[in-house]
Design a protein around this ligand. Structure first.
Ligand code: ADP
Ligand code: ASP
Ligand code: MG
Length: 426
């Protein structure tokens, strides 16, 4: 008998029928003799709809109230799932994040889990109940307020529960069969991976692959939690995310695991580019600019500085689209002091990233990327690399086509089309 944590995303619990399907899966796991703890997301696009509603009543909703509002989505699905399980003759008990002991810091909208005290969950398990926990939410002890963990944060709830309860595996269910070599909505020829290393998954998640939330992967790495990403809509085995020293459960069954050089390609439309044009080419200007940007709260991703022939230079950088307005406002306020000539805002960019641990030991990986883009007539605007990743910024309108071309160039195309079972991709 094992302890299994299962997380069901929004598209898995989008309506009454889906909730009944999830209830059946949970009950099947219980029938197989396992203890089951479930983390659920809000139904379908509920969180987006609540956000839209908040923005209709207030241009900048108060963070505390926004968390009160958004956390209600998960409360609906947890209670409905518990009811559906009851009607199948099984005992299930739902808990909010705070009842489940999800203790976070006080940062509304992006709170971090600092402790998990699952006393009530243990009691319920000991009494033979199936435990359902509202994902994406926690509680801060100092402010005594409800917090949320950032978009996609139900994944983190599940991993944190798995760590705190010492679960054997954390199964993350969504509308695709696992982690693919690319987003199957963008590249239908993407193939499902048997496994991916934690470090590769962190790079993929950081660069647009929302199939797993980056903080959940970080948490799993820190606490040694085995993640199995799989689909609610099929019984197919999915993809294991393996931390250092973790054994692939399928290897034990005799499967031979080959390690590709490139694990996958990620696409990201969520960033905007800001160019600070005509910056005096003297020491200290970059420091001034990025101090101003940091003060605005914007998170800088890529940076390039042009060579200067005239004593002035242009500095371009990318930030999440949501942070761009604040960064521009702060820079504009200090224009005279910094001495730059003007600001250019471009939110029509896309980022394409190629990720693979094999890059450390193989040469020519970046040449393949640049050749493929050049053959496709696609212009590169920025480049950045890490040890196991190469990213380029392109026109947003070129991104999907570029990703398909690059996916083919690395030999990642599969023979058949990947299945996306549900969801709107929102
Ligand atoms: P959930 O609502 O269940 O949390 P998400 O929508 O957050 O699910 O994540 C699943 C989606 O992630 C898929 O529908 C797919 O479009 C997207 N995705 C992006 N990159 C990948 C990838 N490499 N492999 C699989 N899915 C991916
Ligand atoms: N419902 C939240 C969101 O849409 C959390 C999650 O789904 O993981 O971001
Ligand atoms: Mg998600």
């Amino acid at each position: 008998m094992a302890l299994i944590v299962q997380k069901y995303g929004g598209s898995s619990v989008a309506d009454a029928e889906s909730i009944k399907r999830v209830a059946k899966r949970v009950v099947d796991t219980r029938r197989a003799g396992h203890d089951v703890v479930v983390a659920v997301s809000a139904m379908g696009d509920t969180t987006d709809e609540l956000l839209d509603l908040a923005n209709e009543v207030a241009p900048i909703p108060a963070p505390r109230e926004l968390d009160m509002l958004l956390s209600s989505g998960e409360r609906i699905s947890m209670a409905l799932l518990a009811m559906a399980i009851h009607s199948m003759g099984f005992e299930a008990r739902s808990f909010t994040g705070s009842q489940a002991g999800m203790i976070t810091d006080s940062q509304h909208g992006a709170a971090r889990i600092v402790d998990v005290t699952p006393v009530r969950l243990r009691e319920a398990l000991d009494e033979g109940a199936i435990v359902i926990v509202a994902g994406f939410q926690g509680f801060n002890r100092d402010t005594r307020d409800i917090t949320t963990l950032g978009r996609g944060g139900s994944d983190t709830t599940a991993v944190a529960l798995a760590a705190a309860l010492g679960a054997d595996v954390c199964e993350i269910y969504s509308d695709v069969d696992g982690i693919y070599t690319a987003d199957p909505r963008v590249i239908p020829k993407a193939q499902k991976l048997d496994h991916v290393s934690t470090e590769e998954m962190l790079e993929l998640a950081a660069n647009g692959a929302k199939v797993l939330y980056i903080r959940a992967v970080e948490y799993a790495r820190r606490h040694g939690v085995l993640i199995h990403s799989r689909s609610t809509f099929s019984s197919a085995e999915g993809t294991y995310v393996l931390g250092e020293g973790m054994k692939n459960p399928r290897e034990a069954e005799g499967a031979v695991m080959e390690e590709p050089i490139v694990a996958g390609v990620a696409t990201d439309f969520s960033h905007a580019k800001i160019t600070v044009a005509g910056v005096p080419d003297v020491p200290g200007k970059a420091a001034e600019i990025f101090k101003i940007v940091a003060r605005s709260g914007a998170n800088v991703d890529m940076i390039v500085q042009n060579v200067s022939a005239t004593g002035r230079t242009d500095i371009s950088f990318t930030v999440p689209k949501a942070d761009a307005a604040a960064a521009l406002k702060s820079l504009a306020a200090d224009q005279t002091e910094v001495g730059f000539q003007n600001l250019i805002h471009d939110d029509q960019i896309g980022k394409l990233s190629v990720v693979g641990a094999g890059m450390r030991t193989h040469s020519g990986v970046s040449a393949t990327l640049f050749e493929a883009l050049s053959a496709g007539g696609i212009n590169i605007e920025m480049i950045s690399t890490s040890e196991i990743r190469i990213s380029v910024v392109l026109r947003g309108s070129d991104l999907a086509e570029a990703a398909r071309t690059v996916h083919t160039a690395y030999g990642l195309d599969g023979d058949s089309e990947a299945t996306v079972h549900a969801g709107t991709g929102r």
